[in-house]
Design a protein around this ligand. Structure first.
Ligand SMILES: Nc1ncnc2c1ncn2[C@@H]1O[C@H](COP(=O)(O)OP(=O)(O)OP(=O)(O)O)[C@@H](O)[C@H]1O
Ligand SMILES: [Mg+2]
Length: 234
């Protein structure tokens, strides 16, 4: 049982998922992907979600990040039932509290690294935040201060991944969702990326990272395994 009701209630639940089911529809045909997932993630935890290709990891991540709606079940984020809040509240929660690192980076090709990092602030800006200064600081944090004007096509895969990480942090989110942040990177660059996540974890961020790489287990507090749309007991 991985639901929040059996966990220590003293620490806040950042993610509390109950009975989550997700199907896709191909024409009239329902294709069930997630089969009733319970998952509790506490504030400050660094959790890896591992499982074979096609097992539903990205689908689950999209549900956690409210990028898509469940077919049934509940997704609670920071104590809020995401099905019960208004679209505006949901947009704020997503914009301010969650930083996304997508599996395929999702950088905008015609924008520079700096502009890509700033992108989330065009729709959501925290009051009083020096966004341009922060974008520069974040690019420095990920080791790209000498590449801020480069477009994604002028960056290596690892550098693009770093831009995506810097962008995920621009609104100072409490929860970071990263889908295969080290996928397709060489081992040295992977270690550098994981050092960035470890540092963010030390600073109290809650991080949920999808990975297929067993080497990454050493960095996290807990591994959640997903198989054919079900979470194993661990
Ligand atoms: N938009 C969609 N429409 C229909 N089926 C989909 C859609 N998105 C995903 N699927 C199916 O859902 C299943 C789970 O996909 P998902 O992307 O969650 O897998 P994953 O575990 O992230 O895999 P990988 O490790 O390859 O990224 C797959 O069988 C996929 O074909
Ligand atoms: Mg995936």
């Amino acid at each position: 049982m991985t639901g929040c009701n059996v966990q220590n209630p003293e620490i806040g639940n950042v993610i509390d998922i109950q009975g989550l089911k997700k199907s896709y529809f191909l024409g009239n045909q329902e294709v069930p992907i997630l089969h009733g997932i319970d998952l509790c993630i506490k504030q400050g935890e660094f959790v890896a979600i591992m499982g074979p290709s096609g097992s539903g990891k990205s689908t689950l991540m999209n549900m956690i990040g409210c990028l898509d709606r469940p077919t049934s079940g509940k997704v609670m984020l920071m104590g809020k039932d995401t099905n019960a809040i208004t679209d505006n509240e949901l947009a704020e929660l997503r914009g301010f509290e969650i930083g996304f690192v997508f599996q395929n980076f999702n950088l905008i090709p015609r924008l520079s690294a700096y502009e890509n990092v700033l992108l989330p602030t065009y729709s959501n800006t925290k009051k009083g935040m020096d966004t341009s200064g922060r974008a520069r600081d974040l690019l420095k944090l990920v080791g790209l201060d000498d590449r801020i004007s480069h477009k994604p096509a002028e960056l290596s895969g690892g550098q693009r991944q770093r831009v995506a990480i810097a962008r995920s942090l621009i609104n100072d989110p409490s929860l970071i969702l990263a889908d295969e942040p080290t996928g397709n990177l060489d081992s040295k660059t992977s270690v550098e990326i994981m050092d960035i996540f470890s540092d963010l974890h030390q600073k109290g961020r809650t991080i949920v990272m999808i990975t297929h790489d067993p080497e990454m287990e050493q960095y996290v507090d807990r591994v959640v395994r997903i198989m054919d749309g079900n979470i194993g007991n661990n």
